[in-house]
Design a protein around this ligand. Structure first.
Ligand SMILES: Nc1ncnc2c1ncn2[C@@H]1O[C@H](COP(=O)(O)OP(=O)(O)OP(=O)(O)O)[C@@H](O)[C@H]1O
Length: 256
């Protein structure tokens, strides 16, 4: 299992000062949530951790090796990304899309085998989209597409998950399904980091949080040390009321 480490990482958000250098270790078994308002740089951070954006300075280590020294194939065998925006215009069925998750393990012209199909079909079941296996992804609803994207990364079976708003478009039940899946992946030894807009899902399911401010300032640590109402109010520029439900805090915006 691999850990993800950032050393003095400054993400490159155009026109913004450097802010806080990120020195973070995401250990196998941990579930990290990245919180911050629109434009704070959450997606930029995730893309930088995946090697899709270059950092302004510092570096990212994947399984002890600098991301820059690894091939895309090596990266894809360790790290899976659930993107916020997807180009689903390519005409592929749900099953064909999930099978893309096996490509990092196949040689260029190798066809997927029975074990690859079994893994993809199991992932589709897990995300409640098996009944859609022969449908074109372009014909699916927003929530169905989101679940297919999750199933594709589950088929990839990465030891590090980076998920950008994985509960986007999902109804309440499927939000829980996805968060439980992330927790289960971590319990099985993966390291998970996800950007979330829902503070309450983060409070319930994440064990570590990174708060990212629009200035580039950041702080991170164990969940309970980060869920400080005054810090969250400053983060979102929004007054909050806090109640406790089933042992977890629930944050509600106060009507101004
Ligand atoms: N190519 C670009 N050129 C100029 N500015 C950019 C570019 N890409 C991103 N930005 C800016 O960088 C900032 C961070 O964007 P990013 O998408 O990382 O934020 P975010 O925290 O994920 O936001 P959201 O919550 O809205 O998804 C934003 O202000 C965005 O407009």
């Amino acid at each position: 299992m691999s850990r993800l480490v950032t050393q003095g990482l400054i993400i490159n958000v155009p026109g913004r000062g450097d802010g806080t250098a990120l020195n973070i270790t995401i250990e196998p078994g941990q579930v990290w949530g990245v919180l911050g308002p629109n434009g704070a740089g959450k997606t930029t951070l995730l893309h930088t951790l995946a090697g899709l954006n270059s950092p302004r300075s510092g570096q990212v280590l994947l399984g002890g090796q600098s991301l820059e020294t690894l091939s895309r194939r090596q990266v894809a065998q360790m790290l899976g990304v659930v993107f916020q925006e997807r180009l689903d215009g390519f005409p592929a069925t749900v099953l064909e899309t999930a099978l893309i998750g096996r490509h990092p393990y196949l040689s260029p012209w190798q066809m997927e085998g029975a074990a690859d199909y079994a893994q993809a079909e199991e992932a589709l079941e897990r995300l409640d989209v098996a009944h859609l296996r022969d449908r074109l992804v372009s014909t699916l609803s927003g929530g169905e597409r989101q679940r297919v994207a999750m199933a594709t990364v589950l088929t990839q079976a990465p030891s590090i998950w980076l998920a950008d708003e994985p509960t986007n478009h999902l109804d309440l039940h499927h939000q829980s399904v996805v968060m439980a899946l992330m927790a289960q992946q971590a319990a099985q030894g993966s390291a998970v980091m996800m950007c979330l807009h829902d503070l309450n899902l983060a409070a319930r399911w994440c064990d570590h949080l990174l708060l990212l401010y629009p200035s580039g300032e950041a702080c991170w640590g164990a969940r309970d040390s980060m869920l400080v109402p005054s810090a969250l109010e400053r983060l979102y520029q929004q007054r909050l009321a806090v109640v406790e439900v089933e042992g977890a805090p629930v944050f509600v915006p106060i009507k101004e």
